[in-house]
Design a binder for this molecule. Structure first.
Ligand code: G3D
Ligand code: MG
Length: 207
């Protein structure tokens, strides 16, 4: 039976300054879109309890405090992440081009065990604006080339698809955490084998 212990999942949000990372997090966690909130956030992360396929999990969502301008987020920001959200602005093509380097930076800094299968989720934000400059087709092609990353077009301002994106993020993080746990259990299997060997040496075998 699967263990029912409480799960804490770390999610980090990356992308160029101004794409709406803080706004997306605020919309998801607090159901609000306000620029006041942005000015006051000093915390490293916000948490939200969510149900993922009838399992209660705590999402710990890490946002930057503006240091992304200098690409100097520090290793504590990346360490132990279970999912990485890559955000671009659908009206600013340069922010889309930056996704490649944000992804690379994450893989270098967090150095996940299985980089090819690490769960990233891509969000194109600000679709409420008229001046779209990154087509869904272009974004989807990039996501497909990166091992089929999930892609959402959202508006933090109008709350479009924000919850849907975070359901996928939470599910991906939970899956990643489960895979990591499995990996951690490997040494125990070695111990069991050692016990088996000891038992057969002692001559207690009932066969
Ligand atoms: P960041 O955390 O990635 O740096 P912010 O981005 O969340 O601080 O947002 C940057 C600016 O974009 C803010 O405007 C914010 O209000 C705006 N913004 C964020 N999301 C959306 C969206 O979905 N639609 C629209 N139209 N604007 C959005 P200001 O003017 O405060 O700098
Ligand atoms: Mg921000």
């Amino acid at each position: 039976m699967a263990s029912r212990k409480k799960v804490l999942l770390k999610v980090i949000i990356l992308g160029d300054s101004g794409v709406g990372k803080t706004s997306l997090m605020n919309q998801y966690v607090n159901k609000r879109f306000s620029s006041q909130y942005k000015a006051t956030i000093g915390a490293d992360f916000l948490t939200k309890e969510v149900l993922v396929d009838d399992r209660m999990v705590t999402l710990q969502i890490w946002d930057t405090a503006g240091q992304e301008r200098f690409q100097s987020l520090g290793v504590a920001f990346y360490r132990g992440a279970d999912c990485c959200v890559l955000v671009y602005d659908t009206t600013a093509p340069n922010t889309f081009k930056s996704l490649e380097s944000w992804r690379d930076e994450f893989l270098i800094q967090a150095s996940p065990r299985d980089p090819d299968n690490f769960p990233f989720v891509v969000i194109g934000n600000k679709i409420d604006l008229e001046n779209r400059a990154v087509t869904p087709k272009r974004a989807q092609a990039w996501c497909a080339a990166k091992n089929d990353l999930p892609h959402f077009e959202c508006s933090a301002k109008e709350a479009t698809k924000v919850d849907e994106a975070f359901v996928t993020i939470a599910r991906a993080a939970l899956q990643q955490e489960a895979d990591t746990e499995l990996y951690k259990e490997v040494p125990e299997r070695v111990d069991l084998r050692r016990n088996d060997a000891a038992r057969s040496n002692s001559g207690d075998c009932a066969c």
